[in-house]
Design a protein around this ligand. Structure first.
Ligand code: TYD
Ligand code: MG
Length: 453
């Protein structure tokens, strides 16, 4: 037996220190370093799953098996996973408490239980609570096994005996291993528990789902360490008070990242939204100033969303730039470009931005619509409500093309938009349902269009 030693570990990023310090040199956070028992020697670490010694292989000799992808019963979830669940892969699902992680996994695993044995390990709810929810949602329960335990060694012993094909751990923060004496939820415990589960999954070909809670700052508690260990990381987005829930793949070894799956939370659980293009549109009958519709392409589908801005006289020395759904740094940059290339100043103004519906837009195609929403609020002038805009803004005031321009325009035309301001390189030759397309090369040109509307 190796003797356990005390170490100090940052609870945010997992950096180890030989002694306590106030600030973590790994992530720069203060007061995040806590005492932990260091991990024992690796020989005892995997609890019988250390595996046999691997031999070297020539690449030409590697035999490829056909990837088996299981359907989770939900096209949206399958899509963010890259086409279904791969056996032997580890998938981390993160999100705020109450956003619907347990509901989503219960629905998926109940669907899978029709064909194979699956095990749902619950560390937060009792088997009664889980069953009650499943019954209420009318889910199939054929080969669905439940285990209310938080002890990794017990869970693995059960799994080894019962050999479920899919294993769900809800949640990883409640799990603990006897190898460490620190409290469940600490970085050490989360990392060690996840490591054992992942190596079990890899060696037995079991598909593993780990549920992880997100801290207030938007990080998974014990987060970065987990992201490296698993194959796929999915995050829930959206607000609790909104009925739509978005799931985004932020890492995927078996598919595209940034793919977005959209669900609606109903009294019958999570329902998929297969045609989400206009769910975020809440067009009022009267055009309002500060509001503009853009066609964004988060993942593989175009979606129409409303960007709202409010520009108001500031009464503080450093005017506020706040943004929900768009990057605040990018907002500051856009305001600087606007001032430098058109002379329109917002120096003494507070600028607030909002993407309606709780969607997060991370692509630069939202630059031009953002600027238009700001202009519209600044001048208190409403734009026609059949106008659609997209385009990236460069630092020298040029409008750069965006991917998938034609698809975006088609989607907008389908929903009755009549005028489009688009980057010059995204112009389409064919006319689209009588849509008037105004190509722009510079911000100056775009602002001229604004003035003429
Ligand atoms: P849950 O899956 O328990 O969240 P998490 O596991 O991420 O913490 O979801 C709980 C929320 O979803 C709760 O606020 C109630 C709501 N909900 C519904 O609206 N309809 C339903 O059918 C279910 C099961 C939950
Ligand atoms: Mg839960």
């Amino acid at each position: 037996m190796s003797k356990n030693k005390l170490t100090f570990c940052c609870q945010t990023c997992g950096t180890l220190f030989p002694k306590w310090t106030g600030q973590c040199t790994g992530c720069g956070e203060w007061n995040t370093i806590a005492e932990e028992l260091s991990t024992p020697a690796p020989s005892s670490r995997f609890n019988g799953y250390s595996g046999t010694q691997a031999a070297m292989t020539r690449m030409t000799d590697v035999k490829l098996q056909e990837e088996i992808r299981l359907s989770s019963g939900s096209q949206e979830l399958d899509r963010v996973l890259g086409g279904g669940i791969i056996m032997g892969s580890a998938i981390l699902i993160g999100g705020d408490p109450g956003i619907g992680k347990s509901t989503l996994l219960l629905q998926a695993i109940a669907h899978l239980s029709q064909q194979m044995k699956v095990l749902y390990v619950t560390g937060e709810e009792s088997p009664q609570q889980v069953t009650l929810r499943a019954r209420r949602l009318g889910l199939p329960e054929n080969h669905l096994w439940l285990l209310a335990d938080t002890h990794i060694e017990n869970i693995l012993a059960h799994a080894q005996k019962e050999t479920p094909r899919v294993l769900v751990i809800d949640s990883i923060q409640t799990m603990h291993t006897t190898l460490l004496s620190s409290a469940p939820g600490s970085v050490g415990q989360v990392r060690e528990s996840a490591m054992q589960l992942v190596s079990y999954a890899k060696q037995t070909g079991t598909a593993l789902f780990l549920v992880g809670h997100v801290t207030k700052e938007g990080n998974l508690a014990g987060p970065r360490v987990l992201e490296h260990m698993v194959d796929t990381v999915l995050y829930f987005e959206g607000e609790q008070d909104n009925r739509y829930r978005m799931i985004r793949a932020v890492k995927n070894r078996f598919g595209a990242v940034n793919e977005l799956g959209i669900f609606a939370m109903t009294e019958k659980g999570l329902r998929e939204v297969s045609h989400p293009s206009a769910i975020f549109l809440s067009r009022s009958s009267q055009p309002a100033s500060g509001s503009i519709i853009t066609a964004t392409k988060e993942g593989s589908r175009p979606m129409l969303v409303e960007v709202q801005a409010l520009v108001d006289q500031s009464h503080i020395a450093n005017p506020r730039r706040l943004s929900v759904g768009l990057d605040t740094q990018r907002l500051s940059m856009l305001l600087a470009v606007l001032h430098r290339h058109t002379g329109i100043s917002t120096h003494s103004m507070d600028v607030f931005l909002n993407v309606v519906g709780g969607l997060q837009i991370s692509e630069p195609a939202a630059d031009l619509p953002t600027v238009f929403a700001i202009l519209s609020s600044l001048r208190n002038r409403a734009l026609p409500h059949d106008l659609i805009i997209f385009g990236e803004l460069g630092l020298s005031g040029e409008i750069r093309p965006v991917p998938g321009g034609q698809e975006r325009l088609k989607e907008a035309a389908k929903h009755g938009f009549k005028t489009a301001i688009v980057p010059h390189a995204n112009t389409v030759k064919k006319t689209l349902d009588g849509m008037k397309i105004l190509p722009v090369q510079t911000l100056k040109e775009a602002v001229d269009h604004f003035d003429m509307m």
